[in-house]
Design a protein around this ligand. Structure first.
Ligand SMILES: [Zn+2]
Length: 214
């Protein structure tokens, strides 16, 4: 899940800090700090995912990670667990990873939801569903940096080429979601590498990043 585009909208209302961003049909309202999540186990898991991502893939490109109200998004977003959003110009620019408040209440709820997707063959199955989603979105943020960076030109080409090779056959252990596009392939690939079982494709992804100092 990743969204990017232009942003319109304002912030602040009635003494309550509200963040709001709008891109055509995408609206994010009521973004709050992760510290407002009541379940300490879930909070800890999110933090572990962030530090683990940084230690394996060399740095986190996105430090804005919040929970937000997805009920205000178009209905096809209500069931989404998270989005990585980026867009807007100058002072209206907003970017971040937003976790859906409806699900990110406690670890059990998040896990239940993701396990449904595992059972449907939708996502790569990993040892830790909660960390999976956080890492998936962090990977989107990283890929999005690579897409806009000149020095990452070579890496982009190599990742895209790898995606095309991978796409040619059924790949056991990978879910259907990674087939959607190179963005989802990259996000699921890094998650699979960190939490599931690395294979020659995930190892190649990591190697491309290392070889290009990214
Ligand atoms: Zn995604």
């Amino acid at each position: 899940m990743a969204k990017s585009g232009q942003r319109k909208g304002g912030s602040g209302a009635g003494g309550v800090r509200v963040e709001r961003s709008t891109k055509n049909d995408v609206t994010l309202v009521g973004a709050e700090s992760l510290s407002t999540i009541a379940d300490p186990v879930l909070r800890k898991d999110i933090q572990s995912a962030i530090s683990r991502f940084a230690s394996i893939f060399g740095g986190v490109s996105e430090r804005v990670i919040k929970i937000a109200d997805f009920q205000v998004l178009p209905s096809d977003f209500h069931g989404a667990l998270a989005v990585q959003y980026e867009g807007g110009k100058s002072q209206n620019y907003i970017r971040g990873i937003y976790l859906n408040k409806d699900f990110w209440t406690d670890k059990k709820t998040v896990n239940r939801r993701i396990k449904e997707w595992y059972d449907m063959g939708w996502f790569v199955r990993t040892s830790n569903p909660t960390r999976h989603i956080v890492m998936h979105e962090l990977a989107h943020a990283k890929w999005s940096r690579l897409k806009s960076s000149r020095s990452a030109r070579n890496a982009r080409k190599e990742v895209t080429k790898l995606y095309r090779q991978w796409r040619r056959k059924e790949r056991p252990g990978w879910g259907d979601y990674a087939k959607k596009n190179v963005d989802e392939f990259f996000a699921e690939g890094l998650s699979k590498h960190a939490l599931g079982s690395g294979d020659r494709y995930t190892r190649r992804l990591v190697k491309i990043l290392k070889e290009n100092n990214l």
